[in-house]
Design a protein around this ligand. Structure first.
Ligand SMILES: [Fe+2]
Length: 247
C-alpha cells in the first residue's frame, strides 16, 4: 500500500486535469509510481477555487468508476487543500473535508508571501476541536523559507508538515532542495507527497522522492513517511519523530 495525500487529480475542479481523460492519465502515472491510494485534495478557498465537500465526494465517485472501468488499480479518496482563510474555524464542521473523510487530518495551505499573525492561534483552535493540521509545502512560504525555526515551533505545537516530492529531488532548484533536506534532518517532515497536477508537467514523482530518501537517509525513513500517510487514511494517530530545534 503506497499513499499520496496531496494532489489535484480530480478533473475540472481546479488547476488540475481539465478532463476525465487527463485525470485517467494522471492516475496511470500514479500507478507507475507504485501508488495504490490517492487522497484527492482540490484547492478550497484559495481565492480562485471553492470545492465544498459534496462536490469533491461526487467527483471522487465519478473518477473511481472510470478507473474501475479502465482497470486502473488505484483508489481515489476525498480531501481538500484548505487555504488559510478567515472563516476556517467557522467552516470546520460543515464546509471542510478531512483527508480521506476520516475526521482527523486537515490539509492546510498558508499564504505564499506572509505568515498570518493568527496562524498559531488558529492552528491551536483547530486542534482543540479534535483535528490535526498538516501544513503543506512550507518551502513555498517566503517567511518559513527564511525562518526554519518557525516550522519547528509549528511542529512543536502539534502541527504536521508535508513537503513536495519534486522539491526534494531538486526540480525547484538547489536551494529549495537543500531547504527540504534540512527539514528532513530536523525531523520536521511527516509526509512527502506529489502535489501532482498534470501527467506531464506536474506528475507524481513519489517514487523518485522515496528513492532519494532511501539513498540519502534510510529505508526506515521511507517506511516512516508511508506509514504516516496510511494513518491519514485510517484517521488514526501516530507518534512523530522528535523534532530537532535549529537553535
Ligand atoms: Fe496542492
Amino acid at each position: 500500500m503506497l499513499v499520496d495525500i496531496h494532489n489535484h487529480i480530480l478533473p475540472g475542479l481546479d488547476d488540475g486535469p481539465k478532463s476525465i481523460e487527463e485525470a485517467v492519465l494522471l492516475a496511470t502515472n500514479a500507478v507507475d509510481n507504485g501508488i495504490t491510494h490517492i487522497i484527492a485534495t482540490p484547492h478550497h478557498h484559495n481565492g480562485r477555487y471553492i470545492n465544498s465537500p459534496s462536490i469533491v465526494i461526487e467527483a471522487v465517485a465519478k473518477l473511481n468508476k472510470e478507473l474501475l472501468k479502465k482497470d486502473i488499480p488505484v483508489k481515489i479518496l476525498p480531501g481538500q487543500e484548505v487555504y488559510f482563510y478567515n472563516s476556517i474555524l467557522e467552516d470546520l464542521e460543515n464546509d471542510l473535508l478531512t483527508l480521506a473523510n476520516s475526521g482527523k487530518y486537515l490539509l492546510i495551505e498558508l499564504p505564499r508571501n506572509h505568515f498570518p499573525i493568527s496562524t498559531f492561534e488558529t492552528l491551536y483552535q483547530i486542534q482543540l476541536r479534535g483535528y490535526t493540521p498538516i501544513i503543506v509545502h512550507p518551502e513555498r512560504n517566503t517567511v518559513l523559507r527564511k525562518d526554519k525555526q518557525k516550522i519547528y515551533d509549528l511542529v512543536n505545537k502539534g502541527s504536521l508538515v508535508q513537503i513536495t516530492a519534486s522539491t526534494l529531488i531538486g526540480l525547484q532548484g538547489r536551494n529549495l532542495k537543500k531547504y527540504t533536506i534540512d527539514l528532513l534532518k530536523h525531523n520536521l517532515v511527516h509526509f512527502i507527497s506529489s502535489d501532482a497536477h498534470h501527467y506531464v508537467n506536474r506528475p507524481f514523482l513519489l517514487n523518485d522522492a522515496y528513492q532519494h530518501v532511501r539513498k540519502k537517509f534510510s529505508e526506515n525513513q521511507v517506511t516512516y513517511y508511508n506509514e504516516n500517510a496510511k494513518h491519514v487514511i485510517l484517521g488514526t494517530g501516530f507518534q512523530p519523530m522528535l523534532p530537532i530545534s535549529f537553535k
